[in-house]
Design a protein around this ligand. Structure first.
Ligand code: SIN
Length: 279
């Protein structure tokens, strides 16, 4: 059993992200360890565990320490694997990707913000990674909110935004067809239910418009808000190694993926954590 005194916390950037060292996730964690990891997660937003040689059961057990888990919600795994985990992969069998979000770049987003109750968090485990590219960037939305000019804060507070997503589209160039794509309306600034802090809650991939604002004004406001959300000062970029487990707080971060060579295999396993309705 992993005991609390065993692990140490090493911040990755001033903005967010910390590596947790000296913990073996094949071992069950005791209650003190879980409580200390949760504090580290809330403080650092993204936790990184390197060199983990864990199976699917280990990953699910670890995720269950933090909440109710969510697996392959939108699509069955075509490899017939455990639905408690969702695959993110460009590997194809019979021409079909075995997982979701297969190829190349993925714009900034928070997971499942197109649902009434978006994920609280999620964890990805790297099984196969390309020799170059495919880094995942995480952005701190507390910092993004705190850095907004007061006039922009005043405009965004109290506004609601429509979030839409079509799983076939990873780099969005236009509007989604809402008759086909799931969508949900959420506050443009949300309050984190555990820390009480405010976080900017609009993203480039899924947020389409503000409610009750003329389309041109909404587009201009969104573009201004997104430039703050994606400010490099608020970003930690994770360069994957096989055996990394990365766990993020989806309520106060958003993430994006860099392009990578299509001919090289990339396979990550994701377990989500069920969330609340944002307020
Ligand atoms: C995701 O958005 O959940 C996937 C991120 C990645 O593939 O790096």
């Amino acid at each position: 059993m992993a005991a609390m005194t065993d692990f140490s916390i090493h911040p990755m950037t001033a903005a967010l992200g910390a590596e947790i060292r000296n913990i073996d996730l094949r071992e069950p964690c005791d209650a003190d360890t879980v409580a200390a990891l949760r504090v580290a997660w809330l403080d650092n937003l993204v936790l990184i565990f390197r060199d983990q040689d864990i199976g699917e059961d280990d990953q699910v057990r670890f995720a269950e320490y933090f909440g109710e888990t969510v697996g392959a919600r939108s699509k069955d795994r075509t490899d017939g694997g455990d639905r408690r985990l969702m695959l993110i992969s460009n590997i194809r069998e019979n021409g079909e990707p075995i997982g979701l979000l297969p190829d190349g770049e993925l714009m900034f987003h928070s997971d499942s913000v197109f649902l009434e109750k978006p994920l609280m968090g999620a964890m990805l485990y790297a099984e196969e990674i390309p020799s170059t590219g495919g880094n995942t960037m995480f952005a701190n939305m507390y910092d993004a909110y705190d850095a907004l000019p007061d006039a922009l804060k005043d405009r965004l507070n109290g506004l609601r935004a429509v979030n839409v997503f079509d799983y076939e589209t990873q780099v969005r160039t236009g509007r989604f067809d809402r008759s086909k794509a799931p969508h949900a309306t959420h506050p443009a600034v949300r309050t984190h239910p555990e820390t009480g802090r405010k976080a900017l809650y609009v993203n480039r991939l899924m947020t389409e418009e503000f409610v009750g604002i003329a389309p041109d004004d909404s587009d201009a406001l969104l573009s201004e808000a997104l430039s703050h959300a994606e400010n490099p000062d608020h970003i930690y970029e994770h360069v994957w190694q096989v055996g990394d487990l990365v766990m993020w707080d989806n309520r106060c971060t958003q993430h994006a993926r860099r392009d990578f060579p299509g001919a090289e295999r990339r396979l990550l396993r994701r377990v989500g954590l069920e969330g609340d309705r944002p307020y």
